[in-house]
Design a protein around this ligand. Structure first.
Ligand code: GDP
Ligand code: GDP
Length: 455
């Protein structure tokens, strides 16, 4: 590194920054209008606009990456739901439940100006039951005069209320310090290896693609509801299912079975549920209704899985209904709509007839293998050296930026840091990613590549 002009500390810092596996998850919960979305905006540093609500417009994005004091984590925002969906207590509880289930720690937001309401008390009961670390945020304390309001919230029995103005930023730093204390360095769930128990699968897809049919088909009579097993009562919504001689944990299957009949807010509820399931899982099996055109909603779900950095398999269901014409058009749609995820293993299944069910497990296993692949530094650099001399970066401003060396900083998903002598253009980065995939596989996994440029 030194002879290439990089400071060794920079190199180590870059590798460490990129080297994390799945990030711990913070859920922000509370009643409508207490300021959850405003707080999430504050936490993520307004890099993405969360509070964009026009009434009736449902938000599909619910998880965001954040960083505080050098630590990175994910934030799940539950603020996107209209309050009159199904009776306030039920709706707040329902959305909080998914978020809490997937979280490693929770920020519970209360409007200090209003004080604790019955709905707040209902959420407190949920939080007690879940037993996750909680940071109590007394929001809308815009100035010193509001601090007395905050202190009333000791009565909730959740410890110290942190007076915060999500709107103006007052107190948010102290609250985030408390969040970091509550949040484990890594997700409480173990990812990968046999040590963490069964591998976890999120079966996701828009309504009516056949999730519950598929689950029934693969589960057969072997189904074991996890909450019937001793010591696993914390995950009442997950099911152990034996497939291909191996036991898998399908996460959030209760969400698949229990149809929630909602009009308004149903999309958001579904997004939240999907995001929570993906966060809990190692691999997402995305179900697509092959009989219908690939929709924007299908694409959002795929994007969600990619952004979450999980392994991924795409299963095209209802194959029994396709005629030749539909098959032809489906292939065209897959090329245009899912070109970016051509690396995901694909299976064409029918939950009705059982067609190709036996192909599901090999696809899942190969995606998990890709997700966990680690390329030794020597091999990576031999590959990069050849690549760079055979296909140099285009010359820009009389100079030729070069990738000098690289390393794989992490797995699950694979993360690479490349060190370069100048700015590497997006097109060349994509080219490098494509070649990495050709060389090393990475089937079924997103890969992250960050580039450091020598000062
Ligand atoms: P959510 O429904 O819990 O996500 O709440 P929002 O973040 O949408 O906020 C609801 C309303 O409260 C908005 O009008 C915000 O501007 C306002 N609000 C949020 N945080 C604060 C705060 O710290 N102080 C004041 N005065 N208003 C706030
Ligand atoms: P979910 O909302 O994703 O859980 O979808 P369901 O499992 O409830 O299925 C929606 C509808 O599609 C039901 O009427 C199913 O019988 C039907 N369905 C599911 N899988 C298949 C399949 O492979 N072939 C056919 N023909 N119909 C299917």
């Amino acid at each position: 590194a030194a002879e290439e002009g990089f400071d060794i500390e920079d190199v180590e810092g870059a590798i460490e920054a990129a080297g994390h596996g799945p990030l711990p998850v913070l859920a922000v919960v509370g009643r409508p209008n207490v300021g959850k979305s405003t707080l999430v905006n504050r936490i993520i540093g307004r890099r993405e606009a969360v509070v964009e609500d026009k009434p009736g417009v449902t938000r599909d994005r619910v998880t965001y990456e954040a960083e505080w004091a050098g630590r990175r984590f994910k934030v799940v925002d539950t603020g996107g739901w209209e309050q009159d969906v199904m009776g306030i207590d039920a709706s707040v509880a329902a959305q909080a439940e998914f978020a809490i289930e997937a979280a490693d720690a929770v920020v519970f937001v209360v409007d200090a100006k209003v004080g604790a309401t019955d709905t707040d008390e209902a959420v407190v009961r949920l939080l007690r039951k879940a037993g996750k670390p909680v940071v109590l945020c007394a929001n809308k304390v815009d100035g010193p005069s509001g601090e007395a309001d905050a202190s009333y919230l000791w009565s909730l029995g959740l410890g110290e209320p942190h007076p915060v103005s999500a709107l103006h930023g007052r107190g948010t730093g102290d609250m985030l310090d408390a969040v970091l204390e509550a949040l484990p360095e890594a997700p409480a769930q173990t990812f990968g290896t046999g040590l963490g128990g069964p591998r976890r699968i999120a079966l996701i897809g828009r309504p009516n693609v056949g999730k519950s049919s598929l689950l029934n088909k693969v589960a057969g009579e072997e189904r074991v509801v996890v909450n019937e097993l001793a010591g696993t009562t914390r995950d009442p919504v997950d099911e152990l299912i034996e497939l291909g001689g191996v036991t898998w944990k399908f996460v959030d299957t209760a969400g698949i079975r229990k149809r929630v009949h909602l009009q308004q807010g149903a999309d958001y509820y579904a997004s939240l549920r999907t995001a929570a399931a993906v966060e809990k899982a190692e691999v997402a099996v995305i179900l697509i209704d092959a009989a219908e055109s690939i929709s924007v909603q299908d694409q959002r779900i795929v994007t969600m899985a990619v952004e979450s950095g999980r392994a991924m398999v795409i299963a095209y269901n209802k194959w029994d209904t396709l005629d030749e014409e539909r098959r032809y058009y489906l292939e065209r749609e897959i090329e245009t709509e899912f070109g970016q995820v051509a690396w995901a293993p694909r299976v064409n299944v029918s939950a009705r007839t059982g067609r190709h069910m036996e192909k599901l497990v090999p696809a899942i296993e190969s995606a998990l293998a890709g997700w966990e692949t680690r390329v030794p530094t020597g091999r990576l650099n031999a590959f990069l050296g050849e690549l760079v001399s055979a296909h140099p970066h285009p010359i820009r401003g009389g100079k030729q930026p070069r990738i000098l060396f690289g390393t794989q900083a992490g797995t699950k998903p694979p993360r690479f840091v490349l060190f370069a002598s100048g700015f590497i253009e997006a097109g060349y980065r994509r080219f490098v990613e494509r070649r990495l995939r050709e060389e090393f596989g990475f089937e079924g996994t997103p890969i992250h590549i960050s580039v450091r440029v020598r000062e």
